[in-house]
Design a protein around this ligand. Structure first.
Ligand code: NAD
Length: 669
């Protein structure tokens, strides 16, 4: 019998065992589907059953998303599953490792599912803007009922072997070394075929079904709600109709802008992760030291401990140490760091403080320890210049709150060597974070581009928009929270201190809006002081527009002779995107950011820019040239000195640095 390298067929007497062998994770792609389809079509006439299993660690960890931007080529997964269901003998899936998306649907197409303890099942499709498209919404309900299917399909959560058994998704869990033997035995003891599609859906009340649908967060993307509804609607129809409708919706969503953008971001993150790997071997990190038990240091310690990495935190302030989690060791002396393989400093954002600390700490550390700074803005070359071995030093820029914010910038100083970069890249991967490489430069990548956005929204307020109007326009763009509400949440004093620090070097011709300074001078530092851009009366959950702020804004406008004009939501959205493009053009041009897609990763992962848009640059790349030029010209006009990089737009051309970004991120399909 024919054996393709992607599917090996082994006969156990009259039972055919089909071993999918598509390393590293048995991703379903055209070649693998074709091999499986062929193998199923070429079974000997006298087989008494079939086992579908994996030759590797995972049953089938999802479909190859690279195929999803184009028409899918036959045999598509539903055709493979149809062939399984058409066999006159029982077919059993033997699941080890992950069965995700198409992998789970393939297992659902079999007559039974046997798993080992390593098995994990999920429908991750909604996170890519789609829904299961190979019968998942039709077959799963017949095994586990409608409420549980709605939950799995809409939450994308992963279910382990034991839960899979109790749900009814899996028939038995057996020891890993006996998985295939048990599956073969199952075939023989269950000679009758029992495809999921022919079973009745276990009963559920309409209240239970409604509760499962209502558990989908209201803010979830439309495809998530559609996926939940499709499960219910399909249940009311015959199988063929339900499968056809599910497939049609799957194709529609798959080729829609949101899904294409989400896949773009998935590959952008993979690409950034690849760039963080190096030819050099990372040094092992057995324990971590953190200096500074403040906002960042304490949460960072939690992040490491959660991943099983022991942490010692040093702070000169014993009160700060007292607030640490139990699992973290606290110390007041840097001598406690003598065994640490990696030390991250998260002390005050002050060059002299950080340099003094680095000078003092280096002699205490192991000779090959890696030293990282969590600085947000400071010059790492200058900071590291006090070290004897600056090659082991780099930036590791976490974002607040570091235990929840996925973004980390690995910032290479001029002296950082490859082994240090590789070590930090490995740490980012160990923590499960979304890392991007960055070079030194004020604010690195994320904060730099975000600050262009912040500056632009203040221009908009100075010209006539209210803070609440700008925030609302940004929510319409898809942001979860507007920039003024964010500023109030994080506190206005940090940015104020930075503006004061940069004041001496700010070119006098650059536009500067004083409103935020005036708010700070009035003691309005945001939520923590009960007032900032909004006011926060006792007990109120949300900020309220404040007439005092409106009056202060009017006063600032009057001082500059600015006549407030009506500004629409469209203009606000155009200008914030254009401003971010200006910042991105500069960081990519100057080599602070590696690529435009890294900027999109930074803004979507670190700053909650809507992933459905693929990031600000991807969103802009969908504009026709004329529109793009007009939008950039508008931003340029708001501050010709500050946005010099956009000057060609005023002459009707796409600025060359922006064109570079657009070429890189524009959709190809
Ligand atoms: P923080 O003021 O909350 O905490 C700093 C801690 O460092 C304090 O507990 C202080 O006692 C301690 N400390 C100061 N000097 C010390 C020394 N010489 N030895 C030991 N301990 C010392 O500061 P933070 O907000 O956690 O910021 C820390 C660093 O992280 C800064 O570089 C900051 O720019 C950066 N960062 C902050 C944020 C944020 O949003 N807070 C985000 C990203 C990066």
């Amino acid at each position: 019998m024919t054996t393709s390298p992607l599917v090996r067929v082994e006969m156990r007497e009259r039972t055919a065992v089909l071993l999918i062998d598509n390393p590293p994770v048995n991703t379903g792609n055209l070649a693998q589907r074709a091999a499986l389809h062929d193998a199923l079509g070429a079974l000997p006439g006298d087989v008494d059953g079939v086992v579908i299993a994996s030759a590797g660690a995972h049953f089938y960890a999802g479909s190859d998303l690279r195929e999803f931007d184009r028409e899918l080529i036959s045999p598509q997964l539903p055709e493979v599953i149809e062939r399984i269901e058409g066999l006159p003998v029982p077919v059993v899936a033997a699941v080890t490792g992950l069965a995700l998306g198409g992998g789970l649907e393939l297992a659902l197409g079999c007559d039974a599912r046997i798993a080992d303890a390593s098995a994990g099942f999920a429908f991750p499709e909604v996170t890519f803007g789609m829904l299961p498209g190979a019968g998942g919404t039709v077959r799963a309900p017949r095994l586990i009922g409608l409420p549980a299917t709605i939950d799995l399909v809409t939450s994308a959560r992963r279910v382990g072997a034991d839960e899979a058994v109790s749900l009814g998704l899996v028939d038995a869990v057996v020891p890993a070394e006996r998985l295939i033997d048990e599956a073969v035995a199952y075939v023989r003891t269950h000679p009758e075929c029992s495809p999921a599609r022919e079973r009745d859906i276990p009963p559920a009340t309409s209240e239970e079904i409604d509760a499962a649908l209502a558990a989908v967060p209201e803010r979830a993307r439309p495809n998530v709600h559609q996926a939940g509804r499709q499960v219910v609607e399909g249940a009311g129809k015959d199988n063929a109709t339900a499968l056809a409708e599910e497939r049609a919706l799957f194709h529609h969503l798959r080729l829609g802008t949101e899904s294409v953008n989400l896949r773009y971001l998935f590959f952008a993150k993979q690409d950034a992760a690849k760039a963080l790997r190096s030819k050099e071997k990372p040094r092992p990190i057995r324990s971590v030291g953190i200096i500074g038990a403040g906002t960042m240091g304490s949460a960072l310690a939690r992040t490491f401990v959660r991943r099983g990495v022991p942490v010692t935190v040093v702070d000169t302030n014993a009160d700060a140490l007292a607030r640490l989690d139990d699992a973290v060791t606290g110390a007041t002396s840097i001598d406690a760091l003598s065994d640490a393989d990696l030390v991250i400093e998260a002390v005050f954002e002050d060059m002299a403080v950080k340099q003094d600390l680095l000078r003092a700490v280096e002699p205490v550390l192991l000779a090959d320890a890696t030293i990282a700074s969590n600085t947000s803005y400071l010059d790492l070359d200058e900071m590291g210049s006090v070290l004897v071995r600056p090659q082991r030093f780099a930036g590791l820029h976490f974002f607040n709150p570091p235990d929840r914010n996925p973004l980390v910038e690995v910032v290479w100083a001029a002296t950082t060597d490859d082994a240090t970069a590789a070590t930090l890249g490995k740490i980012v991967a160990t923590l499960g974070k979304a890392g991007i490489p960055a070079g030194t430069g004020d604010g690195f990548v994320g904060n730099r581009v975000y600050s262009d956005y912040r500056t632009q929204v203040e221009f908009l307020v100075e010209e006539g928009a209210g803070p609440e109007q700008v925030d609302a326009a940004c929510l319409d763009l898809g942001l979860a929270i507007g920039p003024f509400a964010v500023a109030d949440m994080s506190g206005l004093d940090i940015a104020w201190a930075r503006r004061k620090r940069l004041a001496p070097t700010r070119p006098p011709e650059q536009r500067y809006v004083e409103i935020a300074d005036r708010l700070c001078e009035a003691g309005r530092l945001g939520r923590k002081t009960g007032a900032g851009w909004y006011r926060y009366p006792e007990g109120s959950k949300r900020g309220e527009a404040d007439p005092e702020v409106a009056a202060l804004i009017d006063k600032c406008r009057a001082e500059k002779g600015i006549q407030a004009r009506k500004i629409g939501g469209e203009e606000i959205r155009r200008r914030v995107l254009g401003a971010m493009a200006a910042g991105a053009a500069i960081v990519v041009r100057d080599g602070v950011a590696r690529t435009a897609s890294d900027v999109d990763v930074a803004l979507t992962e670190g700053f909650a820019f809507p992933k459905a848009l693929g990031g600000p640059l991807r969103a802009l790349s969908r504009h026709a040239n004329g529109e793009l030029i007009a939008l950039l010209a508008e931003v340029y006009a708001s501050d010709p000195a500050g946005y010099a990089v956009l000057e060609p737009a005023a002459r009707g051309e796409v600025p060359v640095d922006v064109a570079t970004l657009m070429r890189e991120v524009a959709p190809t399909a």
